[in-house]
Structures are given as C-alpha cells and as structure tokens.
Design a protein around this ligand. Structure first.
Ligand code: ACO
Length: 322
C-alpha cells in the first residue's frame, strides 16, 4: 500500500507586525482583554500591494528546499484559501507559474480555516491513487484585507500568512488517517457577506466585514473538534495517549486549551502560535506545523494530530507520523 508523507515544510509571515498596543490606538480595546480572551499578542499584516500568492511563493520555496525536491518534480499544487489573488485563474496556477513548476494539476479549494486540512487530505488521496508523485500543498490567507479595522469584535483576532508542505508517496505512513466534515446550517454564525454572485456592490463599503457570533462559534468549535479528533484516532486504532503532538488551528487559546484537555495533552505537547500569529485561517495549521518542525520540537517518526475548524462550518483532522 502506498501512503503519503510530508517531507518538507515552510512558512511566510508578512514583515509588518501589529501588536495589541497598536490596536488600542485604533479601537476601544486593551492588550489585557485581547490576551485574556484570545491569547493573541501580535499578528502579521500584509501590505496593500501584497497578495496571497506572494506569501505562498515564499513559503513554498522554503518547503521545497527543506524537502530537497526540484520544482520539476512537483505534479500537483493545491492551495486552501478564502482570499485568493483573483477569482480566476485559480491561485495555484499563479503559484505554479511563478515557481517555475511545469504544467500540472493545480487548483484551489475553499474551506475557510480548515483549508489546509482539506487540501492535505485531497493530496493524500491523489497520492494513494498513484496519480501524484510530488504535491505542493498550501494554506494561505490575507484575511486582514477582509477585516473592518473599526470593529473590535473581529479586528483583534486575525492575521496573515502562508504555510506550505511537500507531500510524496511513501511505503510507510506518513499520513495515517484523515477525517473531514462540514455543515452549512451554521452559515449565519460566521461568514463574509460579499461574494462574486452575492452583493458584490457592498465590496469596499462598511457592510463588507466578517460577521461572527463569537460565543456560538466557540461552543460548536470545541464540541466538533473533539469529535473530529477522536474520529481520526479511531480510524487509525490509535489512542490519545500515544500522541506526541497536537497541532491545532490557532483560533483562540481557550478553544485550544479545551481541545488539549479533551485529548489529555499537556500544554508542552501543543504547538502554540496564536500569540504571535493571531488567527490566520487556512495558514494557521501549516505554519504551526512548520514552527514545531523547524524549532526541533516535532521530530521524525513522532505522531502528530492536526485539526481545524472554520466558517461553513467546516472541520477536519489529519493524523500522521512525521
Ligand atoms: N476589546 C474589548 N472588549 C471587547 C472586544 C475587544 N476587542 N470585543 C468584544 N468586546 C466586549 C463585547 O462588546 C462584550 O461587551 P458587553 O458585555 O458590554 O456586551 C464583552 O467584550 C464580552 O463579549 P463576548 O463576545 O461575550 O466575549 P467572549 O468571551 O465570547 O470572547 C471571542 C469573544 C474572543 C470572539 C470569543 O467568543 C471567541 O474566540 N470565539 C471564537 C470565535 C473565533 O475563533 N473566530 C475566529 C474565526 S472561526 C475559527 O477560526 C474557528
């Protein structure tokens, strides 16, 4: 049986850093409130002329270098994002061309904060069928371009960035099990009200802002993430005690702590970046994975559970050995 395995990761964060103290000057908030309720201390923010593909290209270069593959080897590019450069061509084709990857299968998918987990799961299936020999999988977002900087309920939460992984076939896992889910009944709890076929005229107006019922999102997130993590473990016949690392979506420190508690995982076994990155939506999990690998905490052969939850709602988890 063929499995798939991540053999290199990379991340890119925009140079501009915005601290909670910077936000105190813009909206009626405090560093203390933001830190206590969310865990966020600072976030990176793109420049107006910087795009999601700009960030992806930099993250991908690092992943390609870490994996020791050539761009000519890559035959699948998938990007999870809700903030692509353009509606078409899809962002993966832009990245493919900019990196000099030969013509190949390239598409983007939209699953909000779960974008990378959906993209990685898709790449896993392409590799298992034998269609793909080397996949570049990314989660990236310039979500701050959607943020209303006068709305303290949402603007303190988000940040920008891109994470990338190179995934190749392997005789041994690698990716052991995956679990995805979605339920559109929760749309009203978290959404962006402007789209290409809905209310496009609102773009650039006060009405174009992330709509979120934070408390409700919180409750469903904790419940659903617990179930989806367990599903990936059950599929693999692995117990939570065997896990070496939890790499969660970095939405909110309190959601992460609730998840860690359910999995009986001490804080030392959880990769935390929310304090430095904020919620970077689809970029959150691959960037956290890259942080854990590059600083030497996540070691080859260790058992890692990644999980995410986002607008839709969508949710998913991937259990793998590095
Ligand atoms: N600074 C100061 N006060 C604030 C701020 C702020 N930035 N934002 C809201 N408040 C106020 C509210 O107005 C409210 O005041 P009131 O009691 O006078 O009405 C008070 O703080 C409490 O507001 P709540 O919304 O009840 O605060 P809560 O403890 O629920 O925290 C938060 C809000 C952080 C959004 C939390 O609900 C949360 O994290 N939810 C999950 C949402 C999430 O993660 N969204 C990201 C996208 S989805 C995803 O990635 C999973």
């Amino acid at each position: 049986m063929t499995y798939s395995r991540i053999v290199g990761t990379g991340r890119y964060l925009p140079e501009r850093v915005m601290t909670n103290f910077d936000l105190e000057k813009i909206v009626d908030t405090t560093d203390e409130w933001i830190k206590t309720r969310t865990g966020v201390e600072r976030r990176h923010v793109v420049e107006p002329d910087q795009t999601t593909s700009d960030m992806c290209v930099e993250a991908a270069k690092k992943a390609i270098e870490a994996a020791g593959v050539n761009v000519e080897d890559i035959d699948l590019v998938i990007t999870g994002t809700t903030t692509p450069d353009l509606i078409f061509p899809n962002i993966s084709t832009i990245i493919q061309h900019r990196l000099g990857i030969p013509a190949c299968t390239a598409f983007s998918l939209e699953a909000a904060c779960t974008g990378f987990i959906y993209a990685l799961t898709t790449a896993d299936k392409f590799i298992k069928t034998g269609d793909t020999k080397c996949a570049l999988v990314m989660g990236a977002e310039c979500i701050t371009k959607l943020v209303d900087w006068t709305d303290r309920n949402t603007c303190v939460l988000f940040g920008d960035g891109a994470g990338a992984a190179i995934v190749v076939p392997s005789d041994e896992p690698g990716i052991i099990s995956t679990a995805l889910g979605a339920d559109g009944q929760y749309k009203e709890l978290l959404y962006y009200p402007v789209g290409q076929s809905t209310d496009l005229a609102k773009a650039g107006t006060d009405e174009a802002n992330i709509i979120m019922q934070g408390n409700e999102v919180f409750k469903v997130a904790v419940k659903t993430l617990g179930a989806i993590a367990q599903e990936a473990l059950d599929k693999a016949g692995v117990t939570k005690e065997e896990l070496d690392w939890l790499v969660p979506h970095q939405a909110n420190i309190r959601i992460i702590q609730a998840m860690a508690k359910r999995l009986n995982m001490p804080t030392e076994k959880v990769i935390l970046t929310v304090q430095d990155h904020g919620n970077t939506s689809a970029a959150s999990v691959p960037m956290a994975l890259d942080v854990g690998i590059r600083d030497g905490r996540i070691k080859k052969g260790q058992l890692v559970l990644m999980e995410a939850f986002g607008g839709g709602f969508t949710w998913g988890s991937v259990l793998m050995r590095l």
